[in-house]
Design a protein around this ligand. Sequence first.
Ligand SMILES: [Zn+2]
Length: 395
Amino acid sequence: MRLQADEALVVEAVRRNGAISRTRIAAITGFSRAKITSVANGLLAKEILAEIGDGVSEGGRKPRLLHFNNQLGYVVGVDLGATSLSVAVARFSGEILAHCSEPVDVRDGPEIVLGRVIDLALDLLAHHDIAPEQIRGIGLGVPGPVEFATGLLIAPPIMPGWEAYPIREAMQSAFPNSITMVDNDVNIMALGELRSGAGVGVENFIFIKVGTGIGCGIVARGSIYRGSTGCAGDVGHICVDRNGPVCHCGNTGCLEAMAAGPPIAQRATEAAHAARSDILLRYLEQGNGVLTAADVGKAAAEGDRIAIEIIQDSGRMVGEVLASLVNFFNPSLILIGGGVANIGFQLLSSIRQGVLLRSLPLSTRHLQIDYSPMGAEAGIIGAVSLALDHVFIIH
Ligand SMILES: [Zn+2]
């Protein structure tokens, strides 16, 4: 849907605030009353906005409030991880109407996985009597590097078969009136925090995801910073130990190969086999020979010394890389999310320690480092926000 620049500012104010009076919009945009009246009338005529009930009076008669026309359409948010898939349908206000998740193996390739995405979205729409033609925007997060301008995955390490696959076209074939935006999963988590979470109103922050892989989303001056081709924040392949293990990227000692979920599980498995920890051995047996990072977290919560040491080592390495980012970028907030963020407080405290030890005092003076309070929700809320950010074309 095309908007003039003035209209876009008013639409943005409605999006950020929900039902809103013309007086409030004037205060937010700096437009005169006359200008608000003319822009709002234009948006009402285009049936993008509608008027509802009476707001709270500020002295005179009660103001009519502007909000999105409910007939305008809906957006779909998709958060695709290496092993999980979430799909949500939302109103233009950002309110999520329906949401579902299921396990997936992204290595099954785009035909199967996107087919599943479309089926789940169609199911959700059918339950709410919404036609596929009413979907105006789709935001899709994927666990790989995305060229943002084209929505194509470029050399994704854990997504065989997805290289340059036309995701937008596949989605448009099912939702003909929609525009699809594809972004890296960590960027959409950062966007979720920026729009509705701990990042609201924070100008410069970093969201780091520690899970099967490690990556970060960068918010600079209030918006996602993607760099020149879209892969800004790919910190998982920063070298932390030249003599470390070989990473799936081909280099040695990458942060991801040393500190993400799989190396945590791997080290714990070795310790259990070497009979260095009875507790880890018990979890290994319970898991039929497979230990996960979550098991290591449980063992640490039971006071297992080896498990605590493994988690602390991981946190220290993440913290050291973050310290370089802090010195370089000077954020005021670092949020830690992803599957491994549920592993317990030791990870957070050693990340904090790693950052503080190696950053300049001025850069850490007002720096806050916390687990993401939104957790897994950040991705799906970010995917919906990504769709909403691009549903209107400003010209
Ligand atoms: Zn690597």
